[in-house]
Design a protein. Structure first.
Lengths: 112, 110
């Protein structure tokens, strides 16, 4: 079974630029999550999708972050415009049932 | 803000010893509790989850939960250098979305 795929793996941008991350969950997983992990901290949930509907986006900075999950499969997370404090690893995870959540390798974003 | 607290460490234990990792949480509505291991530069991987008070054992790992004290712990028996990693405690009130602590760095010395 293939794992959660993410791209790109690394991205360096200047502040005020925009960036997009892509996630392909494990086949058949209805629930998809985006987390932000700042160095030295635990992952913080940004948004949770159930199929292509949003379940929880309470911690998503909606003035600059957006996410979508078309057709209930792949998802993209966008930041526009980026700030220095957005430098982090962005982790995508998926699950098919409660208590099991599988993480992708993450995208490391550096904002200069 | 619902908090999950962990000692950042590093916690250093000799090879073969028992490593004890602790976590407290503030949300009394939390229903399920998870321990993830994260190697440097890698993504978190699930070690164990627990949702009932008491102990749950899986190989060298034992998770302990005390909901009255809002406390969850992870014991690693016969610690190996390959266990050196950051251990993340996470709680959930749904079993799905996770609220993570900052993690405890564990170093197992040969």
């Amino acid at each position: 079974e293939a794992g959660v795929a993410q791209s790109p793996r690394y991205k360096i941008i200047e502040k005020r630029q925009s960036v997009a991350f892509w996630c392909n969950p494990i086949s058949g997983h209805a629930t998809l999550y985006w987390y932000q992990q700042i160095l030295g901290q635990g992952p913080k949930l940004l948004i949770q999708f159930q199929n292509n509907g949003v379940v929880d986006d309470s911690q998503l900075p909606k003035d600059r972050f957006s996410a979508e999950r078309l057709k209930g499969v792949d998802s993209t997370l966008k930041i526009q415009p980026a700030k220095l404090e957005d430098s982090a690893v962005y982790l995508c995870a998926s699950s098919s049932r409660v208590y099991e959540q599988y993480f992708g390798p993450g995208t490391r974003l550096t904002v200069t | 803000q619902k908090e999950v607290e962990q000692n950042s460490g590093p916690l250093s234990v000799p090879e073969g010893a028992i490593a004890s990792l602790n976590c407290t949480y503030s949300d009394r509505g939390s229903q399920s509790f998870f321990w993830y291991r994260q190697y440097s530069g890698k993504s978190p991987e699930l070690i164990m989850f627990i949702y009932s008070n008491g102990d749950k054992e899986d190989g060298r790992f034992t998770a302990q939960l005390n909901k009255a004290s809002q406390y969850v712990s992870l014991l690693i028996r016969d610690s190996q250098p390959s266990d050196s990693a950051t251990y993340l405690c996470a709680v959930s009130n749904s079993g799905y979305a996770l609220n993570f602590g900052k993690g405890t760095s564990l170093l197992v010395t040969p």
